[in-house]
Design a protein around this ligand. Structure first.
Ligand code: WT7
Length: 634
């Protein structure tokens, strides 16, 4: 199923478009199914649903684990590297991972977890997170991993939205030289989550953590008290596999739901082809499992392929900016997949941290999560890849489940800043603002997808209308991605960034409304407007324009109130959403109908104030001058 040259790519692509069902059936037949599907695809984009491998029965963990036991029992599935460089690696074979997953499945059963129940995972990057994810899938429970950097408020709202029955966490998490008191945050969250029956806590940092009798249990004790459960639940292809929350242009994050069969088929196929994975490769994706990248390309894709997947607990700059490269050399990493923001951060620290290492094991480099600027692309290519490793710039989304537009490593000619060409089975279209598809090359438009693919979002949990409205109503007959995109003279795709009210900060997706809601919770804030602006390391930074009630401020300085606003955002969402710049303003540029003209604020935030366009429709055009004057430039 691995494409080996450009001609074959072109041929496969053509076949996949001309006869998608036949194409995907061929891919799906590579797996172990308890029962074969009856029909490959049924879908409707105008009243959205899409169903894949209909009436097929399977368990994804049998394909990740059991299937490999005959030939790969002693092969390492996971090589785990601790935050602390002096702590030993943990190497877990396929045989051991299988055993541990079955043991934890037994624990979940002891806590009355049934097929279809939602389990929330709020954990550090340790192998037990993978074990817990797979144990859920093993028994048919729906996992909802929440990134351990989100605040207790954000955690609570995700637990409530999914109505999770069990939460799995740890006493704390190590991140660089910090310790995050996870259990304390969980305790705060659980005060407002009465539906949670059990909380299972892994010991990691030895933080003091209050344990509530009858609700909280130590992971280690539970394992001792449980019998391993080897039988996997038989799942329908369309049964839900997991929920993952992501931000959109409204205030409330939505639970993107993926289902078993299609997700399995697509993550495996894309993993094999994009990275051109070979049997002996050591593969490392530096993402956190709290994001879709970690789900698809640390856990499911690599394990489905029987690969050795490196899992790293720490951060790129701890103890110093050479950490990634040290690990690459030490483990002999062949395929390395990271985010542009990490590349830019390391680039800024200088080459002395790179030149200490050989990096000669590397064959393929990848990026994901945001547009990569040309400078970072070249630095990565020259200094990390030593001009001999192809870079796969992979464009995709939480909703797409897997990589959609990307070079196939060493096969598709790369072009800096271009995600290049769609994977087989993926049919992108550029659509103009009226909803008409733009044909031909050298054009720009709204990136949409005109035909389903197996790992596409099935619904937004608990609110299917929202799914239809968000993705299928902007342009009739298309899945709309929210990204702007160019197709150049060769037909290569270049992602231009979001065209909606979503900002991408260090590859983390945030809605402007979500940040505004948090800011507005500060007692002195009357109103706020948030926009993104270009940021050298983070890609985009957050610029907040805030109107305060000056009477309430009385004895508080502007500097103090700005700090309080930042703390508020941290408390409501998490530190990743803290505004980089806060400007206290007298008013916001509003139209007569009360709509904030963000276009103007974006221009001011960018520092491009020479041509603000037509401002005559504003209720009070003079407000623009005063905002311009107060602009924060650095
Ligand atoms: C948004 C999706 C896909 C996993 C990580 C992010 C942006 C993603 C690229 C890329 C330019 C990219 C898009 C997309 N994005 N990859 N290679 N080049 N932009 O997942 O949080 O769902 O965010 O990230 O704007 O819509 P996500």
């Amino acid at each position: 199923m691995q494409i080996t040259n450009l001609e074959e790519y072109a041929k496969t692509y053509r076949e996949s478009v001309e006869n998608p069902e036949e194409f995907w059936a061929k891919v799906a037949s590579q797996f172990t199914w308890r029962e074969k599907w009856e029909k490959v695809l049924d879908y409707n984009f105008s009243d959205y649903y899409s169903k894949w491998f209909i009436n097929g029965k399977l368990n994804i963990t049998e394909n990740c684990l059991d299937r490999h036991l005959e030939t790969k029992k002693d092969k390492e599935a996971i090589i785990w590297v601790a935050n602390d460089p002096n702590e030993e690696d943990r190497r877990i074979t396929y045989g051991e991972l299988h055993q541990k997953v079955c043991e934890f499945a037994g624990v979940l059963k002891n806590h009355n977890v049934e097929k279809g129940d939602r389990i929330c995972l709020y954990m550090p990057m340790v192998p037990e997170l993978v074990i817990a994810v797979l144990a859920c899938a093993r028994i048919g429970a729906i996992h909802s991993v929440v990134f351990a950097g989100f605040s207790s408020n954000a955690l609570a709202s995700r637990i409530q939205d999914a109505n999770a029955k069990v939460i799995i966490t740890a006493d704390g998490a190590f991140r660089g030289n910090k310790i995050i008191p996870l259990k304390a945050w969980v305790n705060d969250a659980l005060d407002s989550c009465p539906g949670v029956e059990s909380c299972i806590v892994l010991k990691r940092t030895q933080e003091e953590a209050e344990m509530k009798e009858g609700r909280d249990y130590w992971w280690e004790d539970e394992i001792k008290n449980a019998k391993p459960l080897f039988d996997a639940e038989v799942m329908d292809s369309e049964d839900p596999l997991f929920i993952l929350y992501t931000s959109g242009s409204t205030g409330k994050p939505k639970g993107v739901l993926h289902s078993c069969g299609g997700y399995m088929v697509y993550t495996w196929y894309s993993f094999l082809n994009v990275f051109q994975y070979q049997e002996k490769d050591i593969y490392w994706c530096t993402a956190d499992i709290g994001w879709i990248t970690g789900h698809s390309y640390i856990v499911y894709g690599p394990l489905l392929a029987g690969a050795t997947s490196v899992m790293f607990e720490g951060v790129p700059t701890y103890p110093d900016a050479g950490r990634f490269w040290k690990i690459v050399d030490r483990l002999g990493v062949n395929i390395f997949y990271t985010a542009p923001t990490a590349i830019r951060a390391l680039m800024a620290k200088g080459l002395e941290y790179v030149n200490l290492y050989q990096l000669d094991s590397l064959k393929v480099l990848g990026t994901v999560g945001e547009p990569i600027n040309s400078e970072a692309w070249h630095w990565y290519h020259t200094h990390i890849g030593k001009d001999r490793c192809p870079i796969v710039d992979t464009w995709w989304q939480t909703e797409t489940g897997g990589i959609m537009i990307s070079p196939l490593a060493g096969i598709t000619p790369t072009k800096p800043t271009y995600a290049t060409l769609p994977l087989p089975g993926i049919q992108p279209a550029l659509v103009d603002n009226k909803g008409n598809e733009i044909q031909g090359n050298s054009v720009e438009g709204n990136l949409s997808i005109k035909f389903p693919w197996p790992s596409m979002i099935r619904t937004t949990y608990g609110d299917h209308e929202r799914c239809k409205n968000t993705y299928f109503s902007t342009f009739k007959g298309y899945y709309f991605t929210g990204d702007g995109c160019k197709r150049d003279e060769e037909g290569y795709y270049r992602i231009l960034g979001r065209v909606d009210d979503v900002i991408n900060v260090s590859g983390h997706r945030l809605g402007t409304a979500e940040v505004e809601n948090a800011i507005n919770l500060h007692s002195s804030v009357i109103e706020s407007a948030v926009v993104g602006y270009p940021h050298e390391i983070k890609g985009q930074g957050i610029y907040a324009f805030v109107i305060c009630d000056l009477h309430k401020l009385e004895n508080t300085s502007f500097e103090e109130v700005k700090k309080e606003i930042r703390d508020k955002v941290s408390e409501v969402i998490g530190a990743i959403a803290k505004p980089d710049k806060i400007q206290i303003v007298k008013g916001l540029p509003k139209t007569r109908s009360g709509k904030i003209m963000r276009r103007i604020l974006r221009k001011i935030a960018e520092g491009d104030t020479t041509n603000l366009g037509d401002i005559s429709t504003l209720l009070d055009p003079s407000i623009v001058e005063s905002i311009k004057e107060g602009r924060i430039s650095n």
